[in-house]
Design a protein around this ligand. Structure first.
Ligand code: HEM
Length: 112
């Protein structure tokens, strides 16, 4: 590394690297974040830099995370979502991560 050289990182790639996470990191295993059924402390921001890390870390990180959890838990509690398409969705990159052609789903109210 020489003085003046530029350093960058790719959050998308880092989130999918087996060397950072685990060999099964691309599998959907929500339980991996739980210990005795309880969510354990989040990973280091340097490992998961979606909100940046260090002095430049997002000041709204906790608020954004609470909002995401509130909305997701509310929707999942009240509705069941079924994907129409059998194949995995094709994505493309923009400032946010988007699904090519949209993601048609059926939404059914849950009966509790
Ligand atoms: C999913 C939602 C969010 C993501 C992914 C996100 C991501 C980020 C990132 C990557 C940065 C660093 C930008 C840089 O290095 O220049 C940042 C900074 C910042 N974010 Fe967020 N953010 C989110 C939501 C929010 C919310 C809800 C708030 C406020 C309520 C917020 C307030 C801020 C502020 C004030 C900074 C500047 C921090 C500083 O430079 O001291 N963010 N955010």
């Amino acid at each position: 590394m020489l003085k003046g050289e530029r350093v960058s990182y790719n959050v998308f790639a880092m989130g999918r690297m087996e060397t950072i996470w685990a060999p099964d990191c691309s599998e959907f295993k929500p339980d991996r974040w739980l210990k005795d059924g309880v969510f354990v402390d989040p990973e280091s921001s340097f490992k998961f830099p979606t909100f940046q890390a260090g002095p430049r870390i997002c000041l709204g990180k906790e608020l954004a995370e609470i909002q995401m959890k509130l909305i997701a838990s509310h929707l999942i509690y009240h509705f069941q979502f079924t994907m129409q398409e059998k194949n995995p969705p094709m994505t493309y990159r923009s400032i946010v991560f988007r699904v090519r052609g949209g993601l048609p789903i059926r939404v059914h109210p849950r009966t509790h």
